[in-house]
Design a binder for this molecule. Structure first.
Ligand SMILES: Cc1cc2nc3c(=O)[nH]c(=O)nc-3n(C[C@H](O)[C@H](O)[C@H](O)COP(=O)(O)OP(=O)(O)OC[C@H]3O[C@@H](n4cnc5c(N)ncnc54)[C@H](O)[C@@H]3O)c2cc1C
Length: 261
């Protein structure tokens, strides 16, 4: 992990609430894996506000560029949205534990909600390079929030979209979809990000069906480097309860270990 001062190549609003940031990553020599994140500093250097960096998952990894999708909502992300091509920006990372794909894995299921779609898009990109069949369920409030569907469709065998707008995103409906996918295809591993509700659902189903699964948590992070303990969460590992830091020990965890309630 290092503090990289990279050049913004593009920073565009792609929907009502979401922005797409592309930076020049030609100076980054470290391996970057899906599920890892960068802590991006959007501080105004005159006022030093907001002081804290904001964590963002990697959305797309290319040879000389890195891409992020973010929701411009609070002080830090609104400030991030003001960055223009050519400006330098500070990225601290790559940080955290990445998703892992088991050996001999042939088919995977992705279950993403909202901005979690960005995180799983990077995994879809990697799985596609490994010739793995990918089935994805993408959930959002409305069609406008269904981020990166076209990108994900390029990598996946089949993508299913559900929204509140279409009244298709309720847990019962998603449960039936997952059961059908598991019945029809032999799913070797499942991955999720972006919703506690959906993570709990996937946890129950994968446990009952003996499918290995992982979740990327999005806990609030202040320092993002293991010092402040603001991002701690509880897990149960080999029968033992543990409190772990999601910035260092995660953000990706085996789904069966995470205690959501
Ligand atoms: C690993 C990870 C990956 C993420 N990936 C993405 C992504 O790809 N795209 C995306 O849109 N979002 C992502 N998020 C969420 C994103 O970081 C937040 O939406 C963003 O920090 C909000 O910043 P803001 O300026 O809009 O909001 P604000 O509310 O102004 O600020 C939020 C920030 O304040 C601090 N903070 C607030 N409350 C607390 C608290 N209780 N404890 C400690 N610190 C606190 C934290 O630094 C937090 O990042 C990710 C989060 C994590 C942890």
């Amino acid at each position: 992990m290092r503090d990289y001062h990279v050049t913004v190549l593009s920073n565009k609003q792609v929907s009502n609430r979401y922005w797409h940031l592309i930076v020049d990553s030609s100076d980054l020599k470290e391996a970057i894996e899906p599920g890892q994140f960068f802590n991006i500093k959007s501080t105004d250097y005159q006022t030093y506000y907001p002081l804290l960096r904001r964590p963002f998952s990697i959305y797309r990894i290319k040879e000389d560029t890195l891409e992020f999708l973010y929701k411009a909502e609070g002080a830090g992300t609104k400030q991030l949205a003001t960055y223009k091509p050519g400006q330098k920006i500070s990225l601290l990372g790559p940080a955290g534990v990445s998703y892992s794909i088991p050996k001999n894995c042939k088919k995977i299921l992705l279950l993403a909600r909202g901005v979690g779609i960005a995180t799983l898009a990077a995994l879809a990109q990697k799985a596609d390079q490994m010739n793995i069949e990918i089935y994805a369920i993408l959930s959002a409030r409305n069609k406008d929030d269904l981020l990166a569907t076209k990108t994900i469709e390029k990598y996946c065998t089949k993508v299913y979209c559900v929204t509140e707008e279409d009244k298709t995103s309720d847990v019962e409906h998603v449960r039936r979809m997952i059961h059908d996918l598991i019945k029809t295809h032999h799913i070797d591993a499942a991955y999720t990000c972006g919703s506690r509700r959906l993570s709990m659902l996937l946890q129950k189903i994968t446990k009952a069906n003996g499918i290995t699964s992982q979740v990327a948590l999005e806990e609030y992070m202040a320092c993002g480097m293991g010092v402040c303990y603001s991002c701690v969460c509880d897990i149960k590992r080999q029968g033992v309860m543990q409190t772990v830091k999601s910035c260092e020990d995660g953000p990706v965890f085996p789904l069966e270990e995470v205690i959501f309630e």
